[in-house]
Design a protein around this ligand. Structure first.
Ligand SMILES: Cc1cc2nc3c(=O)[nH]c(=O)nc-3n(C[C@H](O)[C@H](O)[C@H](O)COP(=O)(O)O)c2cc1C
Length: 389
């Protein structure tokens, strides 16, 4: 039997991924001063041990005010790159490829972690060491009710921000990461420039599609120049805002073509986040309809499929992909090149090995790390014997 595509290695530039399973970036809100620590080491190596091929860090801020919360990792100084190095080494030692997502949270920064409600920090939070800070955005438009008004960035701020993305990229390379992703999704800074719902500038960085894409493309260009040529670059998009008058899938195809021309290798197709919970179901008039956050299996896969086909670029699918056969079908039908998984891997870091079992390609547990595999084989034998009694 031939190996399922999910477990077939693939090469991007000089980097060979051992399989097509990717840990999607997952904010843990557990750093201090932006430094990765023992928690991040144990968290991320769990997935490498579970045979995820490409392990992404959480969204890592290029500037202190670009963190979502005080607990987010950063890469605005060299100490933060040093703190990531043991994480990188441990991921690689387990046979996976270490990847980093770099980000700026824009007007969604200065917030509580989700388990504290995710609301913006208030002056009173300073007493708990969580002082709020002034956020920045393309325009002085709050994310929603109850959110503070961000400061609209000047053209000088924008040039400085592009430089911060480039500087963080150099630090990521120095830390040893082999794949880098620019976070251009979920309503954070880059997407807020893309979306007409958040960008109402009337200079070169706003207005028509070309103007709204300018910042994203300048970041991609600067990051590509700072990132080693032999290493792959990913870009995460929100393929649709899911709101009337917002960013549409056609816009994503145009953006993906431009990103590919700048040397982006993979478009990671997420969605939503510009104003809050995303919406994906078409209404009677064909326009996106707010659904209250319905998320059927593989609900974002059509975005990866369309971008892959019409922009002729490799894509990563993400969003409620929960079983090996589902993931394999996405790859076999040419809808995406890589499968990113978030919550299912948090629930079960050994998901890849269970997916291999479901796809019938690891009956002898050879995919397991050898120090586990022999014992898991014994477990299987004992269970079979007990069941036969
Ligand atoms: C705890 C948590 C943290 C997340 N943090 C990030 C992040 O740092 N960057 C990002 O692009 N997406 C982030 N996401 C979104 C995930 O990467 C992923 O796109 C989403 O969870 C859908 O995939 P899933 O259904 O497999 O979980 C996060 C999601 C969760 C649940």
């Amino acid at each position: 039997m031939s190996l399922p595509l999910l477990f077939t290695p693939t090469t991007l530039r000089s980097v060979t991924l051992p399989n097509r399973i990717v840990l999607s970036p997952l904010c843990m809100y557990s750093a201090k001063d932006g430094l990765a620590n023992a928690f991040h080491l144990s968290h991320l190596t769990a997935f490498a041990r579970g045979r995820v091929g490409l392990v992404f860090t959480e969204a890592t801020a290029v500037a202190p005010e670009g963190r979502i919360s005080h607990g987010c990792c950063g890469l605005w100084n060299d100490a933060q790159a040093d703190a990531y190095r043991p994480v990188v080494e441990a991921i690689e030692a387990m046979g996976a490829v270490p990847a980093i997502q770099i980000a700026h949270a824009g007007r969604k920064a200065s917030a509580h972690p989700p388990w504290e409600g995710g609301l913006p920090l208030a002056a009173s939070d300073a007493a708990d060491g969580q002082a709020p800070w002034r956020t920045v955005a393309p325009s002085a438009i709050p994310v929603g009710e109850g959110w503070p008004e961000p400061r609209a960035m000047t053209e000088q701020d924008i040039a400085g921000m592009v430089q911060k993305f480039a500087d963080a990229t150099r630090r990521a390379a120095a830390a040893g990461f082999k794949v880098l992703e620019i976070h251009g999704a979920h309503g954070y800074l880059i997407q807020s420039f893309l979306s007409p719902l958040a960008n109402q500038r009337n200079d070169a960085y706003g207005g028509d599609l070309a103007g709204r894409m300018r910042f994203a493309l300048e970041v991609a260009k600067a990051v590509r120049a700072a990132w080693p040529q032999d290493l792959p670059l990913f870009f995460r998009i929100s393929a649709v805002d899911g709101r009337p008058g917002g960013w549409e899938l056609d816009d994503s195809v145009v953006l993906a073509r431009e990103l590919k021309a700048l040397g982006v290798d993979v478009i990671d197709c997420s969605a939503g986040g510009i104003l809050g919970a995303p919406a994906f179901r078409a209404g009677d008039d064909g326009k996106p309809l707010r659904t209250g956050g319905e998320r059927p299996p593989g609900f974002q896969v059509p975005y990866a499929e369309r971008v892959r086909r019409d922009a002729d670029v490799a894509t990563m699918a993400v969003g409620v992909i929960t079983t090996g056969p589902q993931a394999e079908d996405i790859l076999q039908t040419g809808k995406a090149d890589l499968i990113a998984i978030g919550r299912e891997l948090m629930y079960n870091p050994f998901w890849p090995l269970h997916a291999a079992e479901a796809l019938g390609c690891d009956a002898d547990r050879k995919m397991w790390p050898s120090n586990y595999g022999w014992a898991i084989r014994r477990r299987t034998d004992i269970r079979a014997a007990n069941a036969a009694e």
